[in-house]
Design a protein around this ligand. Structure first.
Ligand SMILES: [Zn+2]
Length: 460
């Protein structure tokens, strides 16, 4: 894997030309690191929630019969709490140098062949001590490793890392970590991203598998990519196509019936487009097509959805098919897959609807940063809220945002929504000219289609 090294001054230079500034402190990994160092709850790289650390509730966790260390015998719960609190009041660097001061490295006490002699890795023995206030004075008291770790609620792994650095002659491990950090930060970020992307596929596969054995669960994968260039309009069309598909394939639920829809898509759609889909998902629940609608995103840049495979098949088929007019795409697509024939619905202009009437029911909540979440959930039981999760992890808590008006609205239904377009779209005069220039290559019976296209401006 290649790494990119960005110094803070280079970052400043970059920021001069960027609309969205790079703010390293705002990076999720850095925020989480801060939380972790302060002992607060954070989410680790695997997406697991690490709870807030609390001081130990036992004065000693080692056995008095086996551990005779003075510190372990003498330390109290209050001592532990005091040490714990001052430790988590420090930043990472200070924590590390504090620990290094507590750990002393000496020659191993006993040299055992193959274990502590020159052929072994163990070239040092470590002792652990803390300063405890005894009769008005601070005294250094020896602790065993277990009880030492228990004071700060750290695991022996982090102690081992420090010790191996001490063995390498590093007395201030902090500096090392800082430089190491800036060197590998980008790499870690990228690794995290890949891991997240992989996790995304795993969850998508799970959803697909579970929908195969369920009669009420349905999974839809949608690709919005090619519509990106025509942003606003594009999203209205996607939402229309989705609604048309759903109205064609599902009936409105009877009382007591349940149905669950999961929509997987990639991340590329911008904030605005997402709000349209948010609105549609809520609408599908309100209209009683589904009792639960969920929308899940794959990581951007890794959005190879099952439907992309289908597009590849269609691309292949296109190479051997001639398409003279748009309607002929239907045949190309229908014949593209031998295994599972694609079902093609040609959307007519009146299938494209203007969703403005139902968009009135959504209050955009500025605290809901749509692009920060991977999972959206709308349920009939909770009609005025959208619940969101930052990852696909089912252990992550839901955050609830009230964005839908309470008032019970009567969904107008697709047929009652106003049309998005009221007349055939006009193409430019130049475009029509270009198309007509190619008419020599088009069989006569298709030319009519091109002649009927209306154009804007100039003569028609
Ligand atoms: Zn002990």
């Amino acid at each position: 894997m290649s790494t990119v090294h960005i110094t803070s001054s280079f970052c400043k230079t970059l920021n001069k030309s960027r609309k969205r500034k790079i703010n390293v402190n705002e990076w999720k990994c850095n925020k989480n690191k801060k939380l972790r160092n302060s002992g607060s709850e954070y989410i680790d790289r695997q997406g697991r929630i690490k709870p807030t650390k609390a001081t130990s509730r036992e004065a000693r966790i080692c056995k008095p019969e086996t551990c005779k260390k003075g510190g372990c015998t003498s330390i109290t719960i209050d001592d532990k709490e005091m040490l714990f609190n001052s430790f988590y009041g420090m930043d990472y660097n200070d924590q590390s140098s504090y620990l290094v001061k507590c750990i002393a490295m000496g020659a191993p006490k006993r040299l055992r062949a193959g274990k502590t002699d020159a052929t072994s890795k163990k070239l040092a023995a470590f002792t652990y001590s803390v300063m405890l206030k005894r009769s008005g004075k601070y005294v250094s008291m020896l602790m065993c490793k277990r009880n030492f770790c228990d004071i700060f609620q750290i695991n022996t792994k982090s102690i081992q890392i420090l010790q191996s650095k001490m063995k390498d002659g590093v007395t201030i491990p902090t500096d090392l970590r800082e430089t190491e950090e800036s060197r590998i930060k980008i790499q870690q970020d990228s690794e995290l991203h890949h891991r997240k992307a992989e996790a995304g596929y795993r969850f998508l596969k799970e959803d697909i598998e579970s929908s195969k054995v369920s009669t009420t669960k349905h999974v839809l994968c949608i690709d919005m990519q090619q519509h990106e260039s025509i942003a606003g309009r594009g999203s209205a069309e996607i939402v229309s196509a989705l609604l048309a598909y759903i109205e064609d394939h599902f009936d409105i639920l009877k009382p007591g019936e349940e149905r669950h829809l999961i929509i997987w898509s990639d991340r590329c759609v911008g904030q605005n487009n997402n709000w349209k889909v948010v609105n549609l998902c809520h609408y599908l629940v309100q209209c009683h097509y589904f009792t639960i609608v969920e929308q899940k995103f794959l990581c951007s840049g890794h959005s190879f959805l099952p439907c992309d495979r289908n597009f590849a098949l269609i691309e292949q088929r296109k190479k051997v098919c001639k398409v003279y007019v748009p309607d002929m795409w239907k045949e190309v697509i229908e014949s593209a897959s031998h295994k599972n024939a694609f079902e093609v619905k040609l959307l007519q202009q009146n299938d494209f609807k203007d969703f403005a009437p139902i968009e009135k029911n959504v209050k955009k909540n500025p605290n809901l940063k749509i692009t920060q979440y991977m999972w959206f959930r709308y349920s009939a039981d909770d009609p005025s809220n959208v619940n969101v999760r930052p990852s696909h992890n089912t252990f992550a808590p839901w955050t609830s945002f009230n964005i839908f008006t309470k008032k019970k609205m009567q969904p107008p239904g697709r047929s009652n929504l106003p049309l998005l377009y009221n007349e055939p779209l006009k193409i430019t005069f130049e475009k029509k000219q270009n198309l007509m220039d190619m008419s020599d290559y088009i069989p006569l019976k298709y030319i009519n289609f091109y002649e009927s296209l209306t154009c804007k401006g100039k003569k028609n």
